[in-house]
Design a protein around this ligand. Structure first.
Ligand code: COA
Length: 381
């Protein structure tokens, strides 16, 4: 029996020093480069927050204007990348098409030397600007529609909405979309961010690094929770059914987990959920308030009777799916939108990793056989 203590999932094991974001799960605090995420969601926009995460400081007006312009100039995809997306099966998952598209970008765009700071920055711009274009293009192609070209007069979040629907979002939709992107932009050493750091530590090209991170995010234990929340709320169906639904589930399984609740780090209500709710209510006041939102509120309130003592409260994904659905976005695009946001955090960690890189090479605790004989094939049982 081995005496080595293994922490499954590297839980609580620090793997890098980082100055990108800070989480205090007991006190519902999350900050990017020291600034509270709630403040950023209300006051900032995605472009500014992305600069902050990657560069470490808020931009000056001139830096922000140049950054914004640089992104707008890089939104269009090489026509052969669009051709590639057209070849993918229309019933595939958009996260798979995104991973394919990002990996292929590394073959079309030459500036990909991870050791060269100028090329690192160029690749960062290209990735931030192009990922929404890949997501929107595939979303339309699979419906037999032509992709919509990026709109040069729109900001990052509004342009994504434009490329999906061909209309310009209202100011409150633009605000909530920006907030969703900001709230999902970074979250310390999660699985996809760690994947990005591990992949990049071999000096893999930036497109390979981000494609690996997209793959990691695609799993249901990481990026997929908001899709599952929406399915759960639809299954409940009405506010009146919340109590009998939860009673029934708890009776059938005492360890039943409500999707969108609980978090490895937060033991109080996720601060991102609180701010998202506030902004979503502005959008709902403008159009109609979705029944799914009322079901979510009723579920939050009834679930508190059983789970608050365990520190289980809504996380950000408890509400984000309801918001996206209210905007008319298809359920399987929720995780790709997470990737559109999280590119900022991945890149911030990549730049940090490149500053003092050492290839990741952890140790294992070998528990297999020793000195096993090689048995010729005709002598094997
Ligand atoms: N609903 C009901 N009870 C929950 C719960 C939930 N969503 N999440 C945790 N609990 C309970 C557990 O049953 C456990 O109770 P016990 O001590 O009586 O056995 C206790 O809270 C601790 O749970 P644990 O699974 O150890 O917490 P964790 O930190 O390992 O897990 C999650 C965190 C996120 C994986 C877990 O809360 C979960 O599966 N949530 C639902 C999926 C989700 O929303 N994921 C997105 C996260 S951003």
């Amino acid at each position: 029996m081995s005496q080595v203590e293994i922490k499954p999932g590297l839980a609580d094991v620090p793997v890098a020093q980082s100055g990108v974001s800070f989480i205090d799960g007991k006190h519902a605090r999350l900050s990017y480069r020291g600034i509270a995420v709630e403040t950023l969601a209300l006051e900032s926009n995605f472009e500014e927050t992305t600069w902050l995460l990657i560069k470490g400081e808020l931009p000056t007006q001139r830096e922000l204007t140049n950054f914004d312009q640089s992104l707008r100039q890089r939104r269009s995809l090489h026509y052969r990348l669009i051709e590639l997306l057209k070849q993918l099966p229309e019933n595939g998952h958009p996260m798979d098409s995104l991973q394919t598209g990002v990996a292929a970008m590394g073959m079309f765009y030459p500036q990909r030397d991870a050791t060269n700071p100028a090329q690192r920055w160029e690749a960062s711009l290209k990735l931030i600007a192009s990922i929404p274009t890949i997501v929107a293009a595939y979303a339309r192609l699979r419906q037999g529609k032509d992709p919509i070209s990026p709109h040069p007069d729109l900001d990052h979040a509004s342009n994504f909405y434009w490329m999906l629907f061909g209309t310009v979002p209202t100011p409150s939709v633009r605000k909530v979309l920006n907030a969703c992107l900001i709230l999902h932009a970074e979250h310390s050493m999660n699985a996809s961010t760690f994947t990005a750091r591990v992949t990049s530590s071999s000096l893999a090209n930036p497109y390979a690094t981000i494609a690996a991170a997209v793959g990691s995010l695609s799993g249901p234990l990481h990026g997929g929770a908001n899709e599952e929340v929406l399915q759960m709320l639809m299954e409940i169906g009405s506010v009146e059914k919340v109590k009998p639904w939860l009673d029934e589930k708890r009776k059938a399984d005492p360890h039943f987990k409500v999707m969108g609740m609980g978090h490895r780090v937060y033991k109080v209500k996720d601060p991102r959920a609180t701010v998202l709710q506030e902004l979503a209510e502005h959008v709902f006041a403008e159009s109609s308030r979705p029944v799914l939102y009322d079901i979510a509120l009723a579920l939050e309130s009834y679930a508190a009777n059983f789970y608050s003592a365990k520190g289980v409260y809504p996380n950000v994904d408890f509400f984000s799916g309801v918001v996206y659905r209210a905007l008319g976005i298809e359920t399987d695009l929720f995780t790709p939108i997470f990737a559109i946001a999280r590119i900022s955090g991945w890149l911030a960690h990549w730049h940090e990793q490149m500053k003092e890189n050492r290839i990741y090479r952890p140790e294992q605790d070998y528990i297999g056989k020793m000195d096993a004989p090689y048995v010729p094939i005709d002598k094997r049982p």
